[in-house]
Design a binder for this molecule. Structure first.
Ligand code: DQA
Length: 148
């Protein structure tokens, strides 16, 4: 059984992008943390990052099928800026029934007003916000706790 670790636009820049906001860990560090956390709970991970909305939607569709087939548990998803804009990602999660825990490294509610609304939260099992990259580990724990 595996868990999808899904990251959206600009998260490939982690480590060098606005470190005061997102810290110094790289996306590879995040993915290692997720793999270790999942392994400790008896799960594998598949990691995918894209800067393209359609590729994220396609991955949600394919992983949704795996969940339906009993071959995967769900996803932890940091949609980046698409959080605040994407009805299409909302619809993909809703349409596939993919269990998703939404993650944000920064506390989006303490930032600009345009980051306060999420199209993903209404279709997420839960949301982890503002706890740095440790939020991904907590999201994996939450996903496992809520789905198994
Ligand atoms: C983010 C918050 C978003 O507002 C922003 O566009 C990102 C990263 C976070 O992890 O804190 O790209 O999702």
């Amino acid at each position: 059984m595996k868990i999808l670790v899904l990251n959206g636009p600009n998260l490939n820049l982690l480590g060098t992008r606005e470190p005061e906001q997102y810290g110094h860990a790289s996306l590879a560090d995040v993915e290692t943390l997720c793999a270790e956390t999942a392994l400790g709970l008896g799960y594998g991970v598949e990691c995918f990052q894209s800067n393209h909305e359609g590729e994220l939607i396609d991955k949600i569709h394919s992983f949704g099928k795996l969940v339906q087939a009993g071959q995967a548990l769900g996803a932890v998803f940091n949609p980046g800026a698409f959080t605040h804009t994407s009805v299409a990602l909302h619809d993909a999660i809703k349409g596939t029934g993919l269990p998703v825990v939404e993650v944000h490294i920064s506390n989006v509610h303490a930032r600009e007003a345009f980051r306060h609304h999420s199209y993903i939260s209404p279709v997420a099992l839960g949301v982890v916000v503002g706890l740095g990259i440790q939020g991904y580990a907590l999201a994996i724990q939450g996903l496992v706790h809520k789905t198994s």
